[in-house]
Design a protein around this ligand. Structure first.
Ligand SMILES: C[S@@+](CC[C@H](N)C(=O)[O-])C[C@H]1O[C@@H](n2cnc3c(N)ncnc32)[C@H](O)[C@@H]1O
Length: 241
């Protein structure tokens, strides 16, 4: 499926019946040949938008997977680059592709860092957390950053109601909810649980000052609004909030 080097439909089905962690362990060898790896265009647009705000010191890629975000941190940071993920399989691939990065195995709902980074990024992972789990993630990132540090990530505009992608994402989420109602362990991955307004509120509650800017390189919707925005959540310089 996806390409000759990508996973087969059977492999994808087996992965989807596993836990998130084990599913990614299984998918890891073929992950870079799936559309689930963040495309270079999104990574490049993010790096471009971060450039005027930097250079940053040490950088953290939250849910790093095979290391897609490492290239963003490499262009934005002058210091140490760290990736964190709970899938040993994904981290093994990241270790091979990015030997310069420090890779930490941990659940991002309980990040094991304090005052260690100037920039944190995350790509393609927020849908793996239930809305009720976001506060723990955002508090952990806030704690991991130094005063004045920035947590940045792209977020897509919701597809127009009634469009192909509207129905496709709705169909995916409904299917996952049915799957998770009847099968254990759950595989949490929902596309429609992290709208910008809710994410912004949760970041503010964790102590961040939140702004966004359009990622113009990724195009506009028919109504002229940007298809993607970069969320920039800044920890105050005083450090406390
Ligand atoms: C879709 S992949 C994205 C990987 C990479 N950031 C990218 O954009 O290509 C999601 C990643 O999040 C990781 N992940 C999901 N939930 C996690 C959690 N609670 N703690 C740590 N990692 C998690 C998975 O193991 C997987 O590597």
């Amino acid at each position: 499926m996806f390409s000759a080097q990508g996973p087969s439909l059977r492999e994808l089905a087996i992965q989807a019946l596993s836990s998130v962690e084990h599913g990614y362990d299984l998918l890891a060898p073929k992950f870079d040949h799936t559309p689930f790896r963040t495309p270079d265009g999104v990574l490049d647009a993010t790096a471009e938008a971060l450039r005027p705000l930097g250079p940053f010191g040490d950088g953290l890629d939250v849910c790093c997977g095979t290391g897609a975000g490492t290239q963003v941190l490499a262009s934005a940071c002058r210091g140490r680059i760290t990736g964190v993920d709970f899938s040993a399989g994904m981290l093994a691939r990241a270790r091979t592709a990015h030997p310069e990065a420090e890779l930490v195995r941990a659940d991002v709902r309980a990040l094991p860092f304090a005052g260690a980074f100037d920039l944190a990024v995350t790509f393609g992972a927020l849908g793996h957390l239930l809305p009720s789990e976001r506060p723990a993630l955002f508090s952990g990132v806030h704690r991991a950053l130094r005063p004045g540090g920035v947590f940045a990530f792209p977020i897509g505009a919701p597809p127009p109601i009634g469009s192909f992608w509207y129905w496709a994402l709705l169909g995916f989420d409904v299917t996952m909810r049915i799957r998770n109602a009847v099968w254990r362990p759950p595989f949490v991955m929902y596309y429609r649980t992290c709208p910008l307004s809710a994410v912004r509120d949760d970041l503010a509650a964790a102590g961040f000052t939140v702004t966004t800017r359009p990622l113009a390189a990724l195009g506009r919707r028919e109504d002229g609004s940007p298809r993607y925005r970069l969320v920039l959540a800044r920890k105050s310089n005083a450090g406390s909030g």
